[in-house]
Write a protein that binds this ligand. Sequence first.
Ligand code: NAP
Length: 288
Amino acid sequence: MIIGWIGLGNMGVPMASNLLSTGYAVRVWNRSPEKAAPLVALGAKQTESLAQLVDECDVLFTMVSDDEAVKAIYTGTDGLLSARVSGKLAIDMSTIAPETSRFLAEQSKKAGLRFLDAPVSGSVGPAKEAQLVIMVGGEKADYDVAKPMLDKLGKAAVYLGSHGAGTSAKLAINLLLGITVQGVAETLLFARSLGIDTEQMLEIISQSAVETPLIRGKAASILADDFPAAFALKHMAKDLRLAREAGVATPLAESAQATYRHALEEGLGELDLMAILRHLKGATPTSK
Ligand code: NAP
């Protein structure tokens, strides 16, 4: 079985690397071809075009930015669905709207392509360590085929039901992520405004009932006031927008959507989502 991997961003590179290092034959394609270099160095074959990748592979993974990117890859001119896809399996791991997952499943079915939505929870660290949590929607029989591959990417691959169920669960977990990161930022800024040192506050949180691997993982970045993107803030803003479009209208969700949108407008989109701290520092009246 040959795997085709489309999308070599922060997540795509370590995920495709894990499939390679566990023995799968992997072909790669990325819109910006130079990003394939680390995979080629590990033994992947880079194809000249998307059509060539589709032609040479049995399973087609996509891990790209957003709905527009996935649609461009599937339905664009010279896109995946314009190639010979009949009988193959496509697994989209991007975070997109459940409605788009269902649309892609329908379009794929017309072309004889089986489709799964399988977005992930966990950032670059868990991607490198194959510790992602994968949420899957689609036909159970296709999930069974995909499971051994998904097991090389994550610690759990959960089957949730029909097309769009994976992306629905992903929007829900990322709502919690957005709210949590904003909560941590507000807590640290509040503590600082009362004269409490950030390093000591992080230590207190790490010993408390609200300690999470997330906060532990962001501590160095917070203390250095340096936010290289593991999970870009623009993607968090996108996921909260998608959650809103999918119907969430609760108080914390509304607040988080507005906060990340404002941070995006402030130009922080390419930084890690923890840069919401920098935005709130400027925006919060209590900050000093
Ligand atoms: P990223 O680093 O920004 O990479 C985005 C990828 O999408 C790149 O390969 C990019 O190609 C490609 N792309 C964007 N627009 C495209 C288009 N119109 N046509 C073709 N390719 C296009 O993103 P990431 O962090 O890897 O995230 C990928 C997905 O996983 C997103 O949906 C994100 O929400 C989700 N996710 C991310 C994390 C995380 O921590 N990073 C965690 C969980 C889920 P170029 O190289 O040519 O720009």
